[in-house]
Design a protein around this ligand. Sequence first.
Ligand SMILES: CC(C)(COP(=O)(O)OP(=O)(O)OC[C@H]1O[C@@H](n2cnc3c(N)ncnc32)[C@H](O)[C@@H]1OP(=O)(O)O)[C@@H](O)C(=O)NCCC(=O)NCCS
Length: 193
Amino acid sequence: MNALPVVTTEIPSVTSPAFVLGPERLQDVTPREMLLDRAMGPNRKRKSSEKLRRGRKPAEGLALVARDEDERLIGTVRLWNVKLGERGRSALLLGPLAVEPSVKCGGIGSALMREAIAEARRLGHGAILLVGDPEYYERFGFTARKTGDLAMPGPFERHRFLALELIEGWLDGAVGTLKASGRKFGAVLAKAG
Ligand SMILES: CC(C)(COP(=O)(O)OP(=O)(O)OC[C@H]1O[C@@H](n2cnc3c(N)ncnc32)[C@H](O)[C@@H]1OP(=O)(O)O)[C@@H](O)C(=O)NCCC(=O)NCCS
């Protein structure tokens, strides 16, 4: 039996003239990994965020993609369940967010961010954290104001460690190192087998 609450993964598609947003499907995994290699380079898996993602599934309903008119995958964002310190509250870690380099600055990254935030809020999550460029993420409400007593499980630049509260006060008193708390891949595979 799955002890996790059942939440729908059906995300209403949001359409613009050039792209459609929707939930990631199984067949998106390979194109998504190829897109991430193109957009972020080969060192992308050395990031501290990767320690919180490795071997885990994304948070339920929070793996989103953008597709172009030909259904090609041109954007991706995923969010991950974490704990804020050993005994802390739950939260989400966002990343990686990436857009196909040839269609950068077309609003796809922003659309993915807005959809991810709205969906996380709808699902009842309290806060989203990420490590990224403040100049980009500030426009969605992310700041480093409430991450001062938190840490990533590895090297990170403090001014790039950002958070957005979805529930006011969720990060008050939050202290410690982020810890992965999402569903493990192994457990799911064992169950399936
Ligand atoms: C960052 C990224 C996801 C943005 O997606 P996008 O679809 O190109 O961005 P949008 O069209 O939504 O927004 C474009 C705006 O963001 C700005 N922007 C893009 N990346 C930025 C960055 N790293 N820092 C600051 N501003 C940035 C652009 O200059 C543009 O500004 P404008 O609105 O004032 O013209 C995309 O450029 C990407 O995949 N980059 C490589 C991977 C990466 O760096 N991921 C994020 C890790 S921090």
